[in-house]
Design a protein around this ligand. Structure first.
Ligand SMILES: N[C@@H](CCC(=O)N[C@@H](CS)C(=O)NCC(=O)O)C(=O)O
Length: 225
């Protein structure tokens, strides 16, 4: 399998965590401005040029969640990132959408705005909306995690029972979101969940593999994690 990706990209990290969870080998096709040929190859496969892009056996798959579903299908391992139980699977898919739409998207909005060189094209109102959305998401997630732990529902470490697709989405989204809009100290359950995610070996590995790029984080990366 070939994965066109960058180690510092949150959606790429989401997919790479799944590769590591399943211990599946892959060829890392690094997308970098210094390698226009690989960039052109990616764009030929996926004209929207978003990453990650997976190619295997002549098949091309885009969208991190779909790539993770595919890895579940081909891994042959009993570990499933999408639960077999349909009700649990639906919950995992729902949480995956929540992390992508309401944590990853506003986090990326703030980061993208920092990349804009000119004040004239900055969007302070949009950034404030993104911060507000992140704070709402944090409050909802914190309450959900706290209730499950309080009621001792399912696996208590992860967002929905066993480690799943939803945790793959949660890890990079919360990792970076906390850098741009720190999770308030009163959201102790969410902060503890983020810390558990960062301690998971698959997640710790993607975070370590991207350390080199931290100086390039727009606005500066905090000196932690
Ligand atoms: N919905 C896509 C989002 C992918 C995405 O936005 N990737 C970012 C990197 S984290 C990207 O390709 N950015 C470059 C660009 O937008 O040109 C997914 O789930 O894979």
């Amino acid at each position: 399998m070939e994965l066109f990706a960058h180690p510092f990209s949150s959606y790429c990290q989401k997919a790479i965590i799944a590769f590591y969870e399943h211990a599946l080998p892959f060829r890392f096709r690094l997308l970098s401005p210094e390698d226009p040929a690989t960039l052109a190859e990616q764009r030929a496969l996926w004209p929207l040029a978003k990453m990650p892009v997976l190619r295997n056996d002549g098949r091309v798959l885009v969208e991190a969640s779909i790539i993770i579903e595919y890895l579940d299908q081909v891994s042959g391992s009993p570990q499933r990132l999408l639960p077999v139980d349909p009700a649990l699977e639906l919950e995992v898919r729902m949480l995956d959408r929540i992390f992508d739409n309401y944590v990853m998207t506003p986090m990326q909005k703030i980061v993208a705005d920092r990349l804009r060189s000119d004040d004239a094209i900055r969007d302070p109102h949009g950034v404030e909306e993104a911060r507000a959305l992140l704070r709402q998401s944090y409050a909802w997630l914190d309450a959900r995690i706290g209730e499950r732990v309080g009621a001792r529902v399912g696996g208590l470490e992860w967002i929905s029972g066993e480690f799943s697709l939803a945790d793959c989405a949660a890890a990079p989204s919360l990792f970076y979101a906390d850098w741009v809009e720190p999770i308030d100290a009163r959201h102790a359950s969410l902060r503890a969940y983020r810390a558990r995610l960062l301690a998971r070996p698959s997640v710790a590995r993607v975070v370590d593999e991207a350390r080199y790029f931290r100086p390039y984080f727009p606005g500066g990366a905090p000196d932690r994690d």
